[in-house]
Design a protein around this ligand. Structure first.
Ligand code: AGP
Length: 610
């Protein structure tokens, strides 16, 4: 989704803005632009396509003199991805320039009003409306004009604004789209996320909805929607800036796949004390689950898939009725939720608009809320009663990998805690699963070592497929949903998951000679059932790749065309391991096809619009 940066200080702004935008490239975009505000007025340069085009156009920023400016990477929502629709947008007077992330839902009404006042629009975007509105309200006080303009906006917005009348000043505003402000010695920044500014400072402020930040080189001041000053706490970011670099890997996605053992250790190990799970860091005490009558898990995409695995776990091991619901559907589904319901919202970014909206709806209905989130200080964590951080570190590739397995690990800890508090799982079984979870970092490493080469080879055999089907039952079904999403996101191969038993109810008609079907059969208790489904596929000419455990008693090679084994593990934890070869398969297929793996077409890392 769109990325915003702003800089004011003593150095040339354009190279700093371009650097910041390069750190935000991972969010996904289709055009980019800069506006420098100086005594000479505003200078705006925009270019469709990759940031490299803007870098070339501005000679890496050196062609744009000035020490204050704003930059933007645009992920098109309203209006085609072209130079004119790229941000920043200037007001008709040329006095103000605006960058925007979000959607202005009432822009047609506002545009009609402004057009009636004689304003001429240059672009097809909703965002341009904001620049003209500021012009309309401006009577010599920039803060006041911005405040009045935002009062009439409906929708979501993070804004960066500069004015020709106030060179050296940047205004940032936030409503339901992420924005941070940051300060260093004689410099101030705004950005969509901290990765854009980490090279310069670790002292950041997270804006809340309705807040306005006014930046000058030596200060950042905050105001509420009524223009009243607000005192905000500063947060210090302590993660390593190198964590957001590729570190020798060809792609962030591959690096993040290989980081999974360490991430799993960071999620799990400090939370096991004296042989028991201790979630006090998330303020989850001994009675947390005792009066929970129902759980709803709300999430999107990959996070939803970890939620489906957790649904199976919580029902089986903690015996709590649990539904995993797509966050985008929840608000409009008239859900049955009350104060005995625990709403677990899962989100890597903590900024996903649909998930945030679902969280709001769950709260409105009286549910208790728990966020399972990666990014510290993000919107969803600040709006939830409690947060269980997954500690995955920055995830840069659009295709989520390490956040997925870290979510699973955190949800497994949560399940074992719930089962313990409700007495639904024998102590020995609970302890045995926990011990395996504790060993999971090594088991994941073994899985990487054992499967990477094979998956690379298999990718060379199958990268030309036009459709690939995934099947599985129960937890393997949950794992398959994630595996097919991974493949389609980055390789653009049509990929679908079906509950294995469901295939014969229609989809089997699509199986023809040579169609690849990936059968995830890591859940040993259901292997025989899956074996029958595999036989049905093979009988129709399908080529079956089976992912199972080393201990599989049946001779899987008699069953499938090819077999990849993950180390033996308790069935509850199989999704943490089966994910690994399937992520590698998606990666190597996309590599063989020459796809843009870290920034796949049309996708954004953080989806901040509903
Ligand atoms: C995963 O590979 C995707 N990029 C996407 O489905 C993602 O998981 C989804 O948009 C939710 O994001 P979140 O975890 O940041 O809320």
């Amino acid at each position: 989704m769109c990325g915003i940066v702003g800089y004011t200080g003593g150095n040339q702004a354009a190279p700093i803005l371009l650097y910041g935008l390069s750190r935000l490239e991972y969010r996904g975009y289709d055009s980019a632009g800069l506006c420098i505000s100086s005594d000479a007025g505003l200078t705006t340069v925009k270019a469709r396509g990759k940031l490299a085009n803007l870098q070339e156009l501005t000679s890496q920023g050196t062609a744009l003199p000035g020490v204050c400016g704003i930059g933007h990477t645009r992920w098109a929502t309203q209006g085609d991805p072209n130079d004119v629709n790229a941000h920043p947008h200037e007001s008709a007077s040329g006095k103000f320039a605006v960058v925007h992330n979000g959607i202005i839902e009432n822009f047609r009404k506002l545009k009609a009003f402004l057009t009636a006042q004689g304003v001429k629009f240059a672009s097809d975007t909703d965002s341009e409306t904001i620049a003209h509105l500021i012009d309309f309200y401006y009577k010599g006080n920039l803060l006041e004009a911005v405040r009045e303009a935002t009062q009439v906006l409906e929708g979501s917005y993070a804004l960066g604004i500069v004015s020709a009348d106030d060179p050296g000043t940047i205004i940032g505003v936030r409503m339901c789209s992420p924005l941070i402000a940051a300060i260093a010695d004689g410099e101030a920044f705004i950005a969509s996320d901290v990765t854009a500014v980490l090279k310069y400072t670790r002292d950041v402020y997270y804006l809340d909805d309705g807040e306005i930040a006014v930046l000058s080189p030596n200060s950042v001041k905050f105001y509420d929607a009524y223009g009243e000053p607000v005192v905000k706490p500063m947060a210090h970011i302590d993660w390593d800036a190198d964590a957001a670099q590729k570190g020798g890997y060809a792609h962030f996605m591959l690096k993040e796949i290989y980081e999974q053992p360490k991430v799993c250790a960071d999620t799990v190990l400090a939370r096991i004390k004296g042989g028991a799970v201790d979630l006090t860091d998330a303020d989850i005490g001994a009675d947390y689950f005792k009066d929970v009558e129902k759980i709803v898990i709300l999430a999107c995409g990959t996070a939803y898939h970890s939620g489906i695995a957790a649904k199976y776990w919580l029902e089986r091991y903690a015996r709590i009725p649990t539904e995993a619901i797509l966050a985008s559907e929840f608000r409009y589904a008239h859900p049955i939720v009350d104060d005995k319901t625990l709403a677990i919202v899962i989100s890597q970014s903590g900024e996903t608009a649909d998930t945030y909206a679902a969280l709001g709806e769950a709260k409105r209905l009286g549910a208790r809320t728990l966020a399972v989130v990666n990014v510290r200080g993000s919107t969803i964590t600040r709006s939830s009663d409690r947060t269980l951080y997954i500690n995955a570190g920055p995830e840069i590739a659009v295709a989520s990998t390490k956040a997925y397995t870290a979510q699973l690990a955190a949800l497994a800890l949560l399940t074992l805690t719930a089962a313990d508090q409700r007495g639904t799982l024998e102590r020995e079984s609970n302890a045995a699963i926990l011990a395996e979870l504790q060993r999971m970092p090594e088991t994941m490493q073994k899985t990487l070592d054992a499967t990477a080469e094979t998956m690379q080879y298999l990718a060379t055999l199958y990268f030309n497929q036009s459709s690939i089907f995934y099947i599985g039952r129960n937890l393997d079904y949950a794992a398959s949903l994630e595996a097919s999403l991974k493949l389609k996101e980055i390789s653009y191969i049509h990929a679908e998951t079906y509950a294995a038993g469901e295939l014969k109810h229609g989809t089997i008609s699509l199986i023809e000679e040579g169609t690849l079907v990936i059968a995830v059969a890591a859940h040993m208790a259901l292997f025989d059932k899956l074996e029958s489904n595999i036989a049905e596929v093979k009988a129709r000419g399908g080529d079956v790749l089976c992912i199972t455990q080393e201990r599989c008693r049946a001779d899987p090679e008699q069953v499938a065309n090819r077999v990849v084994a993950i180390p033996d593990v308790h069935e509850m934890l199989t999704p943490l391991l089966s994910a690994i070869p399937l992520q590698l398969f998606a990666y190597y297929v996309a590599l063989a096809k020459g796809c843009d793996i870290d920034q796949p077409r049309n996708l954004a890392k953080t989806v901040t619009v509903e």
